[in-house]
Design a protein around this ligand. Structure first.
Ligand code: SAM
Length: 297
C-alpha cells in the first residue's frame, strides 16, 4: 500500500527542522497549567535505531542531527531552541554516540504532563504495530493512544478537545498526490471545529506545484479564519539535477522543507530568528543553504 518508511529518513535535516519547532511549541504549551491534547496525524514508528538497516541505507541522519551533535562537541554554542532539540535527542541515548532517534510521538510524549494527552495516528500496518509496541514500553497508559486509522479523517472526532487546548501536527509522507488536497481540507475543517488550536504542518520543498502551493493555501486558510501564522523554511543544498557516473541526471535528494504553523505560540518567531540561520549554517551541504522566517496575522 505505502512505500514510504520514515526509518530511511530519521534524523535528516527535515526532521531537525520539524522536531526543533515541534519541541519549541510543546515547551511553550506546557507553560500553562490547563492540560492539552496533541494530535499526531502521521506518527510513523516512534523510535528509530540509527544502526538499523533502514537508517544505515541512506545515512541521512549523518547529514542531519549528527552534524549538530558534532558541532556541539566541537564547542559550538547552539541557540536555545537548537540546544533544547540536541538535549532532547541526547536524552534518548546513553553513550556519546547517538544510536536512537526519536520520532514525533516520542518527542511529544516526553513533554506531556499528567493530564495532557496524545493521539497518534499511523496507517502503515508494520509501522503502526511497531509504534504500538514502542509506546507500550513507556507504560503511559491512557495518556497515549495509538490509532491505526487515517489521520486526516481520524482527528475530526477529537476536535474540539475537552480542555480547549490542542496542537495538531500533520506530517504526511506526500507519497500519494491526494495528500495535498486532503491536508487542506483537514486544516479547513479543523479551523471550523476549533479555531484556536495550534496547527503545525511539515511539507517538502520540491519541484512540484502541489508542494509549492502548501504554504500559500495554508496562509489563505489562516487569513480567512483571521488567525496568526508562521512559516519557516530550511534549505541545505541546491535542487538542481546532478550528473550521475553513468551520465544520467539524478535528483539530489530532498534539498529543503518547510513548516507552517497556524496560531503559533507568540514566542516562536523570536525563538527561531537565530535558530534557523544556525541550522542552515550547520547543516549546509553546499553553498545554497539558507533559511526563511515569515509571520502574519
Ligand atoms: N511524524 C513522524 C515523525 O516526525 O517522526 C514521521 C511521519 S512520516 C513522514 C509519515 C507517516 O505517515 C508514515 O509512517 C506513513 O506510513 C504514515 N501515513 C501515510 N498515510 C497516512 C494516513 N492517511 N494516516 C495516517 N498515517 C499515514
Amino acid at each position: 500500500m505505502f512505500s514510504y518508511r520514515h526509518a530511511f529518513h530519521a534524523g535528516n535535516h527535515a526532521d531537525v527542522l520539524k522536531h526543533t519547532i515541534l519541541l519549541a511549541v510543546l515547551k511553550h504549551m506546557a507553560q500553562k497549567d490547563t492540560p492539552f491534547t496533541v494530535l499526531d496525524t502521521h506518527a510513523g514508528a516512534g523510535l528509530y535505531r540509527l544502526d538499523g538497516d533502514y537508517a544505515q541505507t541512506s545515512a541521512e541522519a549523518a547529514q542531519g542531527f549528527v552534524k549538530l551533535m558534532a558541532a556541539q562537541t566541537a564547542g559550538q554554542v547552539l541557540t536555545p531552541v537548537v540546544q533544547d532539540y540536541a538535549d532532547m535527542v541526547a536524552s534518548f541515548n546513553t553513550g556519546p554516540q547517538a544510536r536512537v532517534y526519536p520520532g514525533s510521538p516520542f518527542i511529544i510524549q516526553q513533554q506531556l504532563r499528567g493530564r495532557d494527552k496524545l493521539k497518534a495516528f499511523e496507517l502503515h500496518p508494520t509501522d503502526a504495530k511497531t509504534l504500538a509496541a514502542n509506546i507500550a514500553q513507556l507504560e503511559a497508559g491512557r495518556q497515549v493512544a495509538v490509532l491505526r486509522e487515517d489521520g486526516f479523517e481520524g482527528v475530526r472526532k477529537f476536535l474540539p478537545p475537552p480542555t480547549r487546548r490542542a496542537l495538531l501536527l500533520c506530517d504526511p509522507s506526500y507519497e500519494i498526490k491526494t495528500d495535498y488536497p486532503r491536508l487542506n481540507a483537514m486544516v479547513a475543517d479543523a479551523l471550523l471545529r476549533f479555531a484556536t488550536g495550534t496547527y503545525m504542518v511539515w511539507y517538502p520543498i520540491i519541484p512540484r506545484p502541489e508542494a509549492h502551493d502548501v504554504p500559500r493555501k495554508l496562509k489563505s486558510l489562516a487569513m480567512k479564519a483571521g488567525k496568526a501564522w508562521l512559516h519557516a523554511t530550511l534549505t541545505v543544498k541546491s535542487s538542481k539535477l546532478l550528473l550521475g557516473d553513468d551520465g544520467q541526471t539524478v535528483r539530489p535528494g530532498l534539498p529543503a522543507s518547510g513548516v507552517f504553523v497556524i496560531n503559533p505560540p507568540f514566542t516562536l518567531k523570536a525563538s527561531l530568528k537565530d535558530a534557523l540561520p544556525q541550522l542552515a549554517t550547520l547543516l549546509a551541504q553546499d553553498g545554497n543553504a539558507s533559511s526563511t522566517l515569515d509571520t502574519g496575522s
